[in-house]
Design a protein around this ligand. Structure first.
Ligand SMILES: *[C@@H]1O[C@H](CO)[C@@H](O)[C@H](O)[C@H]1NC(C)=O
Ligand SMILES: *[C@@H]1O[C@H](CO)[C@@H](O)[C@H](O)[C@H]1NC(C)=O
Ligand SMILES: *[C@@H]1O[C@H](CO)[C@@H](O)[C@H](O)[C@H]1NC(C)=O
Ligand SMILES: *[C@@H]1O[C@H](CO)[C@@H](O)[C@H](O)[C@H]1NC(C)=O
Ligand SMILES: *[C@@H]1O[C@H](CO)[C@@H](O)[C@H](O)[C@H]1NC(C)=O
Ligand SMILES: *[C@@H]1O[C@H](CO)[C@@H](O)[C@H](O)[C@H]1NC(C)=O
Ligand SMILES: *[C@@H]1O[C@H](CO)[C@@H](O)[C@H](O)[C@H]1NC(C)=O
Ligand SMILES: *[C@@H]1O[C@H](CO)[C@@H](O)[C@H](O)[C@H]1NC(C)=O
Ligand SMILES: *[C@@H]1O[C@H](CO)[C@@H](O)[C@H](O)[C@H]1NC(C)=O
Ligand SMILES: CC(=O)N[C@H]1CO[C@H](CO)[C@@H](O)[C@@H]1O
Length: 676
């Protein structure tokens, strides 16, 4: 009975809540209210009369509850008055809320609670960031599970069984950690990744007045409700007076910054001025947000109407505009000839897959690199111009910038910004040069920079560009060793020679190519991820993917990396010119590299996942399985399909080790993964 009523009450409250949210958002976007739930009558203890002793005690209690400024851990308890008019209150903020923020949340709650529950002897309120309740009963140290609430995140999980398994073990871990907290705070957060790189961010908290057992029981109970309400969802919240559980597919709590990030510099303001400024901000937001929203709506409406009216002429105008931009990108052939000493051999920087590259200096002293495309680039002039225009719009500090083009007679040139240092392969594979690249540069600048550039190509630019030929020689380094990816968008600028149609218009370089691309010509963002993985392993090891000499034996880099990983000696692959003080970062990088070169493209992370992995050390990673690799990858020239062989190595004695690890848990914590 009780349960049914609660569920019904819960449903109607949630419905009301959502309605009020909708309403508020529509009427006044400034009412970006924190979620609030109020419940007054859950135990039917009845009302007090206005101006009664109970009423006065309650008022005193609520106004003084947070006056204890010694409390910096977000939990307040207080009682006031004599039986039978004694009032007891408890207040708690979420574990990541700053003390000031906490006091202000509770201050708001106080008003809401007395307005929402006039004359009620007992009441409870939940905000996003804080919880406040009072009663004439003793509530301190008592575990209470009603009234309970839940919310769910509409997004569905995939691979639900595995998702639930990972989630379950995370919540179990969180429960243990929170329950064993001290008498000031019982709170824990964690993030992890389930199959298909579904990130899970979890948080649990008990009121710290509970014993370890009570906290554990409260959380276990709350967690057991998750399958009833949120099964297969990417997020869920279960709220109870004594504890709450929440997980989401996004980061919703503040990560403990004590470890990595230095504290912000002290503010040179008074308490009062601080408060004023935060009030000002609130007012500014309250005024600005609705104004901006209304303005945006009006503007888009206007734009839409105007566009609707004059679409035809606009389109014509846009075309004209584009042509103008194209003209501004067009270089004069004579100017380029002068700049490059008429394509003299002494100006030649190298020979790429699509033609030779020359260094040059324009009359305004700007240094350029000119790529002279092979004559038969197989595309109409207009088509070529259009593509140049698109590619020139891709601008990112980790991409070599395309400045323009030249199109005269049969000559087709691409003009790029000149990047002073040579390409990455020149450094990392050279025994003397590699000394210039210490781990800090390789990891923080080069690996992360390439990842950012690639992420931009894949997701952040308007076009989704698949590079198709990412490799060490296509990464240039500027004076400060910042990487810049070159040769992107070439698939758009050059139509690949018809004679190669049978090999699937493959433009990549063997050794960097994902199996599905090399075998079937299927390319996707995941084939770039594969190349990126090979590149990571090359950067860490200082060895070319084509072969590693390890004493007597000679094997390709992926096999070498995998063999060592499996045998627990992964650090063997690390370049000996690096000192191993950053062992954990190196291990993590090798781990990520191996995930990128997984045989099945769906097992490889996306660049967005990779950025997350590179930047969050607490994220536990999936265990890699055997990578794809080639036996005869040493040939440099484009072989035909018969002359090389793709091998997915047969799984021999190694299998049980990997299996058991997978069976127990598909992801394990870093400390377990990287044994000494
Ligand atoms: C208590 O007060 C609320 C609102 O003030 C009212 O709706 C309710 O009927 C009252 N209950 C009793 C038992 O008087
Ligand atoms: C309660 O007290 C206030 C002022 O102290 C007074 O204005 C109000 O009328 C009183 N209400 C009742 C019901 O006595
Ligand atoms: C608490 O809220 C009241 C309004 O309910 C406001 O006047 C007061 O300034 C707030 N105090 C703090 C410390 O935020
Ligand atoms: C709380 O108030 C209710 C209703 O007035 C009363 O029945 C109950 O005994 C009170 N509880 C305590 C602990 O005073
Ligand atoms: C989740 O799945 C349910 C049915 O299983 C479907 O009704 C709902 O639209 C899905 N939600 C999303 C966000 O795809
Ligand atoms: C919980 O997970 C963390 C990090 O993943 C780990 O260090 C800790 O040992 C785990 N705790 C328990 C009780 O399993
Ligand atoms: C409750 O408040 C009292 C008095 O302020 C304090 O001594 C006690 O430690 C508090 N209990 C908890 C669990 O915070
Ligand atoms: C701090 O407050 C005092 C008065 O309370 C004022 O004179 C002083 O200028 C304030 N300092 C700053 C930095 O705002
Ligand atoms: C400023 O804050 C400190 C502690 O945060 C407090 O002791 C002091 O009383 C406050 N001053 C004013 C004017 O509120
Ligand atoms: C629902 C409700 O009463 N919300 C109020 C909570 O408190 C803040 C600040 O006091 C008000 O602005 C809300 O209207």
């Amino acid at each position: 009975m009780q349960h049914k009523r609660m569920a019904a009450a819960t449903f109607s409250t949630i419905l009301l809540f959502f309605l009020s949210c909708l309403f508020l958002r529509f009427i006044s976007p400034a009412g970006a209210q924190p979620d609030v739930l109020v419940n007054c009558d859950f135990n039917k203890v009845g009302n007090y009369t206005a101006n009664s002793t109970y009423h006065n005690n309650l008022n005193t209690l609520l106004t003084t509850l947070t006056s204890n400024t010694q409390v910096d851990y977000g939990f307040y308890n207080m009682s006031y008055g004599q039986d039978p008019n004694r009032v007891n209150a408890i207040a708690m903020c979420r574990g990541d809320v700053e003390p000031n923020e906490c006091r202000s949340c509770l201050n708001d709650s106080r008003g809401n609670l007395t307005r929402g529950c006039p004359n009620q002897k007992e009441a409870i309120l939940f905000y996003d960031n804080c919880m406040l309740r009072y009663s004439n009963r003793t509530i301190l140290g008592v575990m209470e599970t009603l009234p309970g609430y839940f919310y769910w995140n509409a997004e569905n999980a995939t691979n639900i069984n595995q998702f639930n398994e990972v989630l379950g073990s995370m919540l179990k871990n969180l429960t243990q950690r929170a329950a064993s907290g001290d008498s000031r705070i019982k709170y824990a957060t964690q993030d992890t990744i389930a199959a298909n790189f579904q990130a899970i961010y979890g948080l649990v908290q008990c009121t710290p007045d509970l014993s370890q057992t009570d906290c554990n029981n409260c959380l276990v109970g709350a967690i057991s409700e998750i399958p009833n309400y949120c099964n297969g969802k990417r997020g869920c919240r279960v709220i109870r007076p004594s504890c709450n559980v929440r997980f989401e597919n996004y980061l919703f709590y503040k990560v403990d910054t004590q470890v990595s990030v230095p504290p912000p510099p002290p503010l040179h303001t008074n308490n009062t001025s601080q408060q004023e400024s935060s009030n000002t901000i609130r007012i500014v937001i309250a005024v600005t947000v609705p104004t901006v929203v209304i303005a945006v709506i009006l503007i888009s409406l206007c734009l839409y109407l105007r566009r609707w009216k004059t679409r035809k002429s606009l389109e014509a105008k846009e075309e004209e505009e584009e042509i103008k931009i194209a003209e501004s990108l067009q270089f004069n052939l004579d100017a380029i000839r002068v700049a490059t000493g008429d394509f003299s051999d002494s100006n030649k920087l190298g020979q790429g897959g699509f033609g030779a590259v020359y260094w040059g200096k324009l009359s305004d002293e700007q240094a350029i690199a000119v790529k002279r495309l092979s004559r038969d680039s197989g595309q109409g002039d207009t088509e070529f111009k259009n593509e140049v225009l698109l590619v020139a719009k891709l601008q990112h500090r980790n991409l070599v910038r395309l400045l323009g083009f030249c199109l005269e007679g049969r000559e087709r040139l691409l003009v790029y910004e000149f990047v002073p240092n040579k390409s990455l392969d020149y450094f990392i594979f050279d025994p003397n040069m590699k000394a210039q690249l210490d781990w800090e540069i390789r990891y923080n600048k080069i690996i992360k920079g390439i990842a950012r550039g690639l992420l931009y190509l894949h997701e952040d630019s308007r076009l989704r560009i698949i590079h198709r030929d990412l490799k060490a020689s296509n990464v240039l380094l500027d004076e400060e060793m910042n990487p810049k990816i070159a040769d992107f968008g070439m698939a758009r600028l050059v139509v690949v020679d018809q004679t190669q149609v049978n090999t699937g218009r493959i433009v990549g370089t063997y050794g960097y190519m994902a199996p599905e691309y090399a075998m079937h010509g299927q390319f996707s963002v995941k084939s770039d991820v594969f190349s990126f993985g090979v590149l990571i392993l090359e950067i860490i090891s200082g060895q070319k993917n084509s072969g590693v000499r390890d004493g007597e034996s000679f094997e390709d880099l992926l096999s070498f990396a995998w063999r060592n990983w499996k045998e627990g000696t992964a650090l063997n692959i690390v370049d000996q010119s690096l000192n191993s003080s950053s062992r954990n970062e190196m291990m993590r990088c090798i781990h990520i590299g191996l995930l990128c070169v997984q045989e099945k493209s769906s097992d490889r992370p996306t660049m967005a996942n990779i950025m997350l992995m590179l930047n969050s050390y607490s994220l536990s990673l999936p265990i890699p399985t055997e990578p794809a690799f080639y036996m005869n990858s040493r040939t440099r020239s484009l072989p035909n399909t018969q002359s090389w062989e793709y091998n997915s190595r047969e799984t021999g004695s190694s299998e049980p080790i990997i299996k058991s690890a997978q069976e127990s848990e598909n992801e394990v914590s870093i400390t377990e993964l990287y044994p000494r």
